[in-house]
Design a protein around this ligand. Structure first.
Ligand SMILES: Cc1cc2nc3c(=O)[nH]c(=O)nc-3n(C[C@H](O)[C@H](O)[C@H](O)COP(=O)(O)OP(=O)(O)OC[C@H]3O[C@@H](n4cnc5c(N)ncnc54)[C@H](O)[C@@H]3O)c2cc1C
Length: 481
């Protein structure tokens, strides 16, 4: 069986890896328009610095990332975040404040730090405390009734907790418009807590009591103890998978324009450029395949399928995407004139900054910069500021550096800076996303020898993408075996 996979990001590579292990005469070819594997995952290693151009670590509570690293023999390269700095800052009126201890993404779990935080006004704190007494939304907390992140947090905790804490924390991950972002598709456990316990605060406190050994209460924001990266960078993960795939099966610089089905039910791939033919097609059988896995962005998948599966194509085209940019600055340690006590900071929309979030990259993972140097990564763009993703490098670095220096005391110019633009790479899980994905999957299920993977469906994080690739491979092999 010959399988074509379109997209050599982590989703497509995971699908190819899974298929290569089946060992019953399945051969997968993987096509990518870019001239390298990894998609958005890209590590730049230079002069002792390890710079991640996009994702810089992944969560371990979803097992697929760590499991895959172990299978690939990369266990000894997995590194945890530096335990010294597992705190998050929030910007308020241009200054950094530590997120209250025990505030986990959406809900406070400790009363004293919330009462003492300067981030919220007395009224904001009181309103947050009332969450304990606010009844859950009646009757309609079924799977199908979705709600925007903004509405949900306003309803439970009030405006200040939303604007000052939740909006910046969630924006730093999804780069989304909170008026449209779906709670059910992004943080469903909070809706489940509301349904099962009434109050999120009580639910989180109960959970913490049960997980005392995990020491979650000592953290805040993202639970940093649950994140890992690879020494050598996340490109190492993609390159290692690629090295395990059969020779000649990775076709780089080969964009796919469209596909069609022939009378025998086989998939025929059309390349974007005639020149690509030489690169991709050195076999007699040409670009005819028994099965197809689309592991590219959902809007690309929509375009590719337009002429052959219009229903799926139409649904796929409804998933919107935003672009982001990451600017990394290198400094001598003594240029940073402020004590850094956290992994990074988030910036609320109401601060009207071009910065979505910042990461003290080499504090978080010390191996990323040589002794005496530091890397700071700035995340910009998204639904809040889409122009940033497209801005020329020089203009963007000037704006971001100026704003960074307003937030943190830094002297002098950076030793160097590096910008990565990621246009249309962040799928937006808008209200109703789960139903849309269900429909896409039902339609895809009906089509034999066909599967879709990627970050547009069940999670944008690396482990979810790996799982999506594995699931797609499984669907194809189940049909075959
Ligand atoms: C700036 C940024 C920061 C992030 N940070 C984190 C993080 O810290 N932790 C985390 O877990 N996740 C993070 N993510 C999310 C995660 O990195 C991505 O969701 C994931 O890597 C996407 O993988 P993918 O394979 O689904 O898609 P992609 O990586 O986008 O790969 C799709 C591939 O398809 C190819 N392609 C598209 N169209 C065609 C075509 N017509 N023909 C041929 N090839 C085509 C593209 O060239 C691309 O290589 C981040 C994402 C971004 C953008």
């Amino acid at each position: 069986m010959r399988v074509a996979i379109i997209g050599a990001g982590i989703s497509g590579l995971s699908a190819a890896y899974k298929l290569s292990g089946v060992g019953v005469g399945i051969r997968a070819d993987i096509f990518d328009r870019r001239n390298r594997v990894g998609g958005v995952l890209e590590t730049v290693n230079c002069d002792g610095y390890e710079i991640e151009s996009s994702a810089d670590n992944f969560i371990t509570t979803m097992p697929w990332g760590v499991q895959l690293c172990k299978e690939l023999g990369l266990s000894d390269k997995l590194v945890q975040t530096n335990s010294q700095y597992r705190r998050t800052y929030v910007v308020r009126r241009g200054r950094l404040y530590l997120l209250p201890d025990g505030f986990l993404m959406m809900a406070p779990t400790k009363f004293l730090p919330m009462a003492l935080t300067p981030i919220l006004s007395p009224f904001g704190k009181l309103r947050a405390g009332l969450e304990l007494f606010i009844p859950s939304r009646r009757g309609d907390i079924g799977d199908d009734v979705d709600e925007s992140m903004r509405d949900f947090v306003y309803r439970r905790f009030g405006r200040e907790v939303f604007e000052r804490l939740v909006e910046p924390l969630v924006s730093g991950i999804y780069a989304a418009d909170m008026d449209k972002l779906s709670v059910l598709a992004t943080l469903p456990r909070f809706r489940e807590m509301e349904r099962d316990h009434g109050s999120l605060i009580w639910a989180m406190r109960k959970q913490l009591a049960a997980n005392r050994s995990a020491k979650l209460a000592e953290q805040s924001g993202a639970r940093y103890s649950l994140f890992v990266t690879l020494r050598g960078g996340l490109s190492l993960l993609c390159d290692t998978i690629a090295s395990k795939l059969p020779e000649g099966s990775i076709k780089l610089g080969c964009g796919i324009e469209s596909v069609k089905l022939n009378a025998d039910g086989k998939w025929i791939l059309k390349l974007e450029n005639a020149d690509d033919w030489e690169k991709c097609c050195n076999s007699d059988s040409g670009l005819v395949y028994d099965a197809l896995i689309l592991a590219c962005s959902s809007y690309e998948a929509a375009r590719i399928l337009g002429g052959v599966l219009p229903d799926i194509s139409e649904c796929l085209s409804k998933i919107e995407h935003e672009g982001t940019a990451i600017a990394t600055f290198a400094f001598n340690s003594d240029q940073i004139k402020q004590k850094i006590n956290g992994m990074g900071f988030v910036v609320p929309k109401i601060e009207k900054s071009s910065i979505l979030a910042g990461s003290f990259s080499s504090f978080k993972y010390p191996h990323r910069a040589p002794e005496g140097k530091h890397l700071i990564r700035i995340f910009a763009g998204g639904a809040r500021n889409p122009q940033a993703a497209e801005m020329p490098d020089k203009e963007l670095t000037t704006i971001l550096l100026e704003e960074l220096k307003r937030i943190i005391k830094i002297e002098g110019e950076p030793l160097f800076s590096l910008v990565a633009h990621w246009a249309k790479t962040m799928p937006q899980y808008h209200v109703g996303h789960r139903n849309l994905v269900r429909k896409i999957e039902q339609l895809a299920q009906k089509q034999p020898n066909f599967a879709i993977a990627g970050n547009a469906f069940h999670g944008i994080g690396i482990p979810s993408c790996i799982k999506s690739g594995f699931d797609a491979a499984e669907k194809i092999t189940i049909g075959y075996l």
